[in-house]
Structure formats: C-alpha cells, structure tokens
Ligand binder design. Structure first.
Ligand code: ZN
Ligand code: ZN
Length: 159
C-alpha cells in the first residue's frame, strides 16, 4: 500500500558528513510498511548526468524534528525502491491518459452535424467549423470547447 502525502514540491537542504549543503526537491513522500520515505531530486543541475532521485527514510530526532536517514537495510531499500517505481509508473499512466483527448483529430462540421448543440457551451455547431466527436459517446463538441473542457463535456458520458 503506497500513499502519497505531499503533492507540492518542497526544497530541502541536506548536510553531508563534511558539512556541505546540498539542495533537493522533495518530489514525493511514500509509505511502505511502518516507514515513511522521502523521494528527493537534486536541485543542483548536473549537465553531465541525468539527475537521479534518492530515497531517504523519514524519522524524528530526540527533539521531534523531522530528519532524513539513509536506508541501510538492503531488503528495506528494495521494498522502498519497488514502491517508488510503482508510484512513478502510475503517474506516467495518468499523464498518458490525459493526452488521449488531445490526440483526437477534429472533423469539419457538415450541415447535418450543425443541428446539434455542443455539450460544453450549449450553442449550435457551425457548418464548416471544426468539431471533435467524443470517442466514447460520439457527442460533437466545438474543437475549442473540447480543448477547454479537456475532453468530453457530456454529462452522461462515462469516459
Ligand atoms: Zn462549444
Ligand atoms: Zn463523451
């Protein structure tokens, strides 16, 4: 079970053993078993290599402040890495799904089609204009309206 807790990117500063400060973006927090883990992306751009995320365990110090620990247990590390991979994959899928509506090619409105109301703005389609037919319910939208509503605006559409 993986829960997302933090949605916004947060800048965190980590201090290494030599006292050097490194900035990271906290891109996600995941829960695995009993532990909470922070997924961090280096904020300092490295042109040579692609930045890779690091995952640290979230704990508390004696004063109750949130601190990050390195994951030392191999098994624990593997579980967390797997969990992150899954979250990452889910997000990619969501992005793909969002693009689906953008791929639909508009059609030119014929006289016949012009008799229907666009479900988004509730005005008639104009002959010769561009319209997009919902792949699921086939309702025609003005191309503009389809883009603004980011997909089908038909109330009964199950997409
Ligand atoms: Zn419209
Ligand atoms: Zn639809």
């Amino acid at each position: 079970m993986v829960d997302r807790i933090i949605e916004e990117e947060e800048l965190v500063v980590l201090v290494d053993d030599d006292g050097g400060e490194h900035e990271f973006y906290l891109i996600d927090t995941i829960e695995v078993g009993e532990g909470r883990y922070a997924v961090l992306l280096p904020a300092e751009e490295d042109d040579e290599e692609e930045s890779e995320v690091i995952i640290l365990k979230i704990g508390e110090d004696e004063e109750g402040n949130e601190v990050f620990y390195e994951i030392e247990d191999d098994e624990e590390w593997e579980q967390v890495a797997d969990a992150w991979e899954e979250v990452d994959k889910d997000e990619e899928n969501i992005e793909l799904a969002e693009e689906e509506w953008q791929k639909i090619v508009p059609v030119t409105v014929t006289e016949e089609m012009a008799n229907t109301n666009c479900p988004y703005c509730h005005t008639l389609l104009k002959p010769g204009g561009k319209a997009i037919s919902c792949p699921s319910c086939k309702t025609l939208h003005h191309e503009e309206c389809w883009r603004v509503s980011r997909g089908c605006a038909h109330v009964e559409c199950d997409k």
